[in-house]
Design a protein around this ligand. Structure first.
Ligand code: FE2
Length: 169
């Protein structure tokens, strides 16, 4: 029987899952991620970005230099944008977006000096870059892969911007 309503959101989601490999047995590191693995990845990235957005935003409030403040604000906006993007894909894959923020946030807020906070921010952002570089070839969904590639490029650029900011202090 023909579906008169055409493909809806749910049908799209089923399509995504149907195209995925059933089990990652051999050469697991080269196979496409399963839906569960994708959801685990996206939620860990979401928690990291939420922590990043809050940490960078608090750093920018702590900063007196107008240019540095602007750079940090721009990075916080990017982190917030990626939270929305990741949440969108988690919902698209019929998952539940995590409401937690990564432990990284408390660690960064507990540090006294601005430079120490920036250094820890750099480590957090570098973790995201390594994670994305490792998983990008294993993402079978084109839209998600495109968005994660954008996230990777923006993180690489923001790491450079934050490092520059440290040199000028
Ligand atoms: Fe980030």
């Amino acid at each position: 029987m023909r579906n008169l309503e055409g493909p809806g959101k749910e049908d799209n989601y089923k399509g995504i899952v149907r195209d995925m490999p059933p089990s990652p047995d051999e050469n697991a590191e080269n196979q496409l991620l399963s839906r569960d693995e994708i959801l685990e990845l996206l939620n860990s990235l979401l928690e990291a970005e939420r922590a990043g957005a809050r940490a960078v935003s608090s750093l920018s409030h702590q900063c007196n230099d107008t240019v540095d403040k602007e750079t940090l604000h721009g990075i916080a906006v990017d982190e917030g944008r990626f939270c929305a993007m990741l949440t969108h894909h988690i919902v698209r894959f019929d998952g539940l977006p995590s409401l937690r923020a990564g432990e990284f946030l408390e660690k960064i807020l507990a540090l006294e000096s601005f430079d120490e906070k920036l250094a820890l921010l750099d480590r957090g952002q570098s973790w995201v870059v390594r994670k994305l570089q490792g998983v990008l070839p294993r993402i079978g969904d084109e839209k998600l892969q495109g968005d994660l590639l954008d996230m990777l490029k923006v993180h690489e650029r923001n790491i450079e911007d934050a490092a520059l900011l440290r040199h000028t202090r």
